[in-house]
Design a protein around this ligand. Structure first.
Ligand SMILES: Cc1cc2nc3c(=O)[nH]c(=O)nc-3n(C[C@H](O)[C@H](O)[C@H](O)COP(=O)(O)OP(=O)(O)OC[C@H]3O[C@@H](n4cnc5c(N)ncnc54)[C@H](O)[C@@H]3O)c2cc1C
Length: 398
């Protein structure tokens, strides 16, 4: 670290210590504590002053988080508001108005308002620019009608980021606009969708005559695709803030299963475990490098390769764990309709992990699409043909 960074670290550590001295984590109300932390700029230090940050390098945040954790301070349950923190906040910061930032950032960060993402539709998943949910201007409002699908956390969400079609006479990428949608609006119906695990993390969301004030538009009319891309870039690089310890996560679980089952230590399983262990370690170190690039403000398409690797390893390791555990691993028979607020890979059993990992190669961009991104943007291979780019949306075959 340079001397100037050393200075910044020392000053920041002092700021955190002063904050903790003035807000005793043991006696201050949890939400009041979190609000005060946001106001002090210690929520995400790389955000601007007045927006929960101090305009400092992103790499200083883990130190701040560690100091708060050590003091026993409450956190903002980051895994419950993944979409709000990971996707809505950076999109708001890049494209939101001052008024939107004033209104939304603080309750988003404290977790008082949970966000979900109303992007995917029955005919607009990988081809997100095919979104058909309509938003029609009516005075100061937009009136929205349509159907969204696979919406994680919609059952708990207060607000949503929403992509809608505002001009079907334009080609598909040009006629989209991006909004903030109030999930408590009476025109919104949320219906659970059950997954292969039996639980329902996600939902279908029906929007009927939902009125969204124009002041809730993010970015210009017709620029929704550009804004959505900012969200998606953040989605694919949301790989966690702090360093990941060696043998944590899925590889740790598979290795533990191997160590605790001497009777099943077959050479072929050993070979596979070793290979996946090495790949996991390579992925962990690559993730570390990517996080450093991200902290230096240069997120690149490599994030897609990381997400691709994570999904593949999660599926292979959860499969290996089942094989090592034998019949015991297959004991998964609890099909209670749960509505979890977060994915609990490590807190649940091996059968759950095996089934839930299937979704890893679909959620946040399918592996096939991520391979296309790596091929085109990292390796510079020729792009796949895109024949419908110039045709007005309303003339496309549906
Ligand atoms: C657990 C989970 C949570 C999710 N949460 C949300 C959420 O909160 N909000 C939200 O908006 N969405 C969410 N999604 C939706 C997710 O983003 C989409 O499922 C995903 O983008 C894929 O779209 P699709 O299901 O329509 O599949 P399709 O796009 O129909 O794809 C089907 C198959 O064809 C392949 N394919 C399609 N086009 C190409 C191509 N050009 N080249 C090569 N292969 C191609 C795909 O990769 C896939 O294998 C979630 C999904 C899951 C599984």
């Amino acid at each position: 670290m340079s001397p100037s960074t050393d200075d910044a670290v020392a000053r920041l550590a002092e700021q955190v210590a002063t904050f903790l001295a003035n807000h005793d984590p043991m006696t201050t109300d949890r939400i009041e504590f979190l609000r005060a932390r946001f106001d002090a700029g210690l929520a995400w230090v790389h955000f601007p002053v007045g927006r929960g940050g101090l305009g400092l390098p992103r790499e200083l945040q883990p130190m701040v988080d560690a100091m708060f954790e050590e003091a026993g301070a409450p956190d903002n349950h980051p895994r419950v508001n993944v979409i709000g923190l990971g996707m809505a906040a950076p999109t708001l910061l890049a494209y939101g108005t001052e008024e939107q930032l004033d209104t939304y950032l603080r309750p988003l960060w404290t977790g008082e308002q949970i966000w979900c993402q109303l992007f995917s539709e029955p005919n607009a998943g990988s081809d997100l620019a095919a979104v058909a949910t309509r938003a029609v201007r009516d005075g100061e409002d937009w009136v929205v009608d349509g159907q969204k699908v696979w919406t994680s956390s919609a059952q708990n969400a207060h607000l949503a980021i929403l992509l809608a079609r505002t001009d079907p006479s334009l080609p598909k990428h040009a006629g989209l606009t991006y909004f903030i949608c109030d999930m408590t609006d009476p025109g919104i119906e949320v219906r659970p969708l059950r997954q292969i695990t039996g639980e329902a993390e996600f939902n279908e969301v029906f929007l009927t005559g939902v009125r969204i004030p124009d002041s809730n538009r993010i970015g210009a009319v017709g620029e929704g695709w550009k804004v959505a891309n900012a969200t998606l870039n953040n989605e694919r690089i949301a790989i966690g803030g702090g360093p990941v310890p060696r043998e944590s996560g899925m590889v740790g679980v598979a290795a533990a299963a191997w160590r605790s089952n001497p009777a099943r230590r077959r050479p072929d399983l050993h070979d596979r475990l070793m290979q996946l262990w090495v790949e996991s370690e390579a992925a962990r170190l690559t993730g570390q490098r990517l996080r450093q690039k991200l902290m230096a403000g240069q997120p690149g398409p490599e994030g897609s390769a990381m997400k691709l690797t994570f999904a593949r390893l999660a599926q292979q390791l959860s499969g290996l764990e089942l094989e090592v555990l034998g019949a015991e691993g297959l004991r998964y028979d609890d099909w209670t309709l749960r509505r979890p607020v977060e994915v609990d890979f490590l807190g649940r059993g091996p059968g759950y992990r095996y089934l839930r990992a299937k979704g890893n190669s679909i959620e946040g961009g399918t592996s096939e699409i991520l391979r296309n991104i790596v091929a085109e943007r990292v390796l510079g291979l020729p792009p796949e043909p895109r024949v419908d780019r110039e045709i007005p949306f309303k003339e496309l075959a549906k």
